[in-house]
Design a protein around this ligand. Structure first.
Ligand code: GCO
Length: 476
């Protein structure tokens, strides 16, 4: 089996010399565009949103009966995160949710994607739900509806209860069944007010960062375990889709996948074939199974019949995993250029995150490819964004022109895909607020809204004002 390199290189590396302006602005691009009437209009029912996740913003790690998650354990372990940062306080959203909802209303958001913290709802990952945990999300969801914003709820955004990790975590098939029970509990508590559920966020990142490279929780470096985890996460997804439907849900349900176009780095047949396999690990390992009912043959062959994943696929699993979904949530950040020896190389300027090359056409390529290869499955873009070294100026303004350029070019690429027939129905910026960027701690700022972590004051950045106008005009 060839070791598949995780797309996100260890996040401690210094920003690449390829960074052009330090703020993500590619050379030669006017970040603000020309003023005046919009030239790109989106469909009249297009949804504009922003996204967050529980551990990254909530804080209140020990309140109202919340249990421990693997990210509590991981971030409190010396050396695991930049500066030893943890999500203990984060953006204190657990206490400031109402103010944050007002910010969303001022932006004009149609949709807000957030995640429910499993250890808030089931502190030990199993059993009766913790009502105080559910109550927090009930207040949030009611507050969204009061402001005319549709909730989009992710059930699992990486914060696995620690007690389930102690029982084997995602290597243990039983965790998929525990997830199903949890999904049902959340549905019973909140389901009447949630139009869209996303099951598992970026299974690939858990596989690659958590189990191959080890720089995300639970910090393992075990390729054979990693792909068994890939299978169990997808099993969990399929079981949860079935469980919610069986509970009477008429909401729309789908997975949230981070997808990466994989291009050969040169014209050689060897690079083409390496890029094809790379694509198998990055994209088809999740798309083929969920949308077409089988894992890609080339990846299975590469893993080998004796792999723990191959051995872990039980009769009926693929039918569960491919239970029809209502929509596919796509998260796009970067392309890959794959060399003949199966490694990746850079072609475009990177952002402050050295794994991210800024390439808006990759958004177009990945969206059109889904429709071409899997048919017209409705798509919501649930994450797209970049980190910038944002600092308020003397006038208090956070002038993130690099982010405006990035968003403008990616939204334009999504528009082009829609014009070419791809059913993209909504778009969410990652992220609403600056937040805890996993192993990178608080150093990278991804938000439309700046968070001063000393005072917890929120300052909408220039990009927030720009995005508000995009939403108002339904275009650029
Ligand atoms: C992911 C997660 C987010 C990240 C974002 C920036 O895509 O990794 O869903 O939690 O913060 O992507 O890296």
């Amino acid at each position: 089996m060839s070791m598949h390199p995780r797309q996100r290189l260890p996040r401690r590396a210094a920003p690449s010399a390829a960074v052009s302006a330090g703020d993500g602005t590619p050379p030669g691009i006017d970040p603000t565009g020309s003023p005046g009437t919009p030239t790109l209009r989106f469909p009249s029912d297009f949804g504009w949103g922003a996204a967050t996740s529980a551990y990254q913003i909530e804080g209140a790690a020990k309140e109202d009966g919340r249990g421990e998650s693997i990210w509590d354990t991981f971030s409190r372990t010396p050396g695991r995160t930049r500066n030893g940062d943890t999500g203990d306080v984060a953006a204190d959203h657990y206490h400031r949710w109402s103010e944050d909802l007002d910010l969303m209303r001022d932006l004009g958001l149609h949709s807000y994607r957030f995640s429910v913290s499993w250890p808030r709802v089931q502190p030990d990952g199993t059993g009766q739900p913790n009502q105080r945990g559910l109550d927090f999300y009930r207040r949030l969801i009611d507050g969204l509806h009061d402001r005319g914003i549709a909730p989009m709820v992710t059930l699992f955004h990486w914060d696995l209860p620690q007690s389930l990790q102690d029982a084997g975590g995602w290597e243990n098939r039983d965790t998929a069944y525990r997830f199903t029970d949890y999904a049902e509990a959340v549905y019973r508590g909140l389901g009447d007010q949630v139009p869209v559920w996303l099951t598992v966020n970026e299974p690939k990142t858990v596989v690659q960062n958590g189990y191959l490279q080890g720089h995300h929780a639970p910090g393992r470096q075990d390729p054979d375990a990693a792909y068994l985890v890939a299978h169990h996460l997808q099993l969990a997804h399929g079981l949860a889709v079935r469980a919610l439907r069986a509970s009477g849900s008429t909401a729309r349900i789908g997975p949230a996948l981070n997808l990466h176009p994989c291009y050969p780095a040169d014209d050689t047949p060897a690079a083409a074939s390496a890029a094809r396999l790379y694509d198998g690990y990055e994209n088809r390992l999740y798309l083929d199974s969920i949308l077409s009912g089988g894992y890609p043959e080339d990846v299975l062959a590469d893993l080998g019949a004796g792999s723990r994943m191959a051995q872990g696929i039980a009769d009926g699993d693929m039918e569960i995993i491919s239970t029809p979904v209502d929509l596919l949530a796509v998260q796009y950040y970067t392309p890959y250029y794959v060399t003949a020896d199966g490694l990746t190389t850079r072609r475009w300027p990177t952002s402050q995150a050295d794994w991210q090359q800024i390439y808006p056409d990759g958004m177009y390529d990945i969206l059109t490819r889904i429709t071409r290869d899997y048919g017209p499955v409705p798509i919501t873009v649930t994450e797209n964004g970049l980190p910038c070294p944002d600092v308020p100026g003397p006038d208090g303004v956070v002038d993130d022109t690099g982010r405006i350029a990035f968003l403008r070019d990616h939204i334009t690429a999504a528009h082009r895909a829609i014009a070419d027939g791809v059913p993209v129905e909504s778009y969410h910026v990652w992220s609403l607020l600056d937040n805890f960027e996993w192993a990178e701690g608080y150093e990278q700022r991804w938000g439309l809204v700046y968070v001063d972590y000393t005072t917890q004051r929120r300052v909408p950045k220039r990009s927030a004002h720009w995005y508000r106008d995009v939403i108002r005009d339904n275009g650029l």
